[in-house]
Design a protein around this ligand. Sequence first.
Ligand SMILES: Nc1ncnc2c1ncn2[C@@H]1O[C@H](COP(=O)(O)OP(=O)(O)OP(=O)(O)O)[C@@H](O)[C@H]1O
Ligand SMILES: [Mg+2]
Length: 253
Amino acid sequence: MSIEVEKIDVRFGGVTALQDVGLTLQRGEVLAVIGPNGSGKSTLFNAITGFVDIASGSVAVDGKDMAGIPAASRIASGISRTFQTPRINPAATVEDSVLCGFHPHARISFWEGLLRPPAMSRTEAELRRRRTRVLEQLDLLGFAEQQMGELPMGIVRMVDIARAMAAEPNYLLLDEPAAGLSKTEQNVLIQQVRQLAKQGVGVLLVEHNFGLIRRLADRVIVLDRGKVLLRGTADEVSKRPEFVTAYLGTSVQ
Ligand SMILES: Nc1ncnc2c1ncn2[C@@H]1O[C@H](COP(=O)(O)OP(=O)(O)OP(=O)(O)O)[C@@H](O)[C@H]1O
Ligand SMILES: [Mg+2]
């Protein structure tokens, strides 16, 4: 069971954001994607989740080709993601924001709701229980009733991760989840990602903090100007001279 990205190209007008990029993300592993600004990391996430079109190549989830499947429907294939800039409703409370993540599971038809109100309330009670569990796991229970707009970025990011986890995905894509997080929040994040991987979730992680990658990632892919520059463990890639140049933010010539 895996996400298979094969030789994808993504272009924005004249700009080639990704060229010939391939990867396999198995369930239960943590794969990190690193590279300088503009190297295509978020575009890779967007290509996998259907937010941008691929010009060539393919993305398959558990053997199913994602071509033509819109972003909203890819959640049904078990993919959940966060965004580099969390997409939040500032007026919504933390608990309501997390509840949004449940919707793929929570679908009850109008007639079902009308004819079987007890089933509906059973589902709602179960969703509330699960929401409480996710908030607890991420140490967010104390913020449950606060509005998103009042919270510091670290907490907003954690809520966004909680929302993504609430969908109980098989694959979780986190785009710079540790940006703006305190050391304590980072430790909670690390613990949760490890726990998810242990439970069989495949985690794709874009992250600038290499210390965190060392602690979390089974494998690392280094992107540079839209191409895969290196693959290996965190230790292996960090010893390569190309890595130093790419990781410090200057493109390799
Ligand atoms: N929607 C878009 N329209 C046009 N160009 C885009 C779009 N999204 C990304 N790009 C371009 O594609 C390239 C890769 O961008 P991307 O955001 O994927 O990089 P990144 O590795 O995530 O960078 P960062 O570390 O800054 O988040 C850049 O040249 C960027 O300007
Ligand atoms: Mg990015």
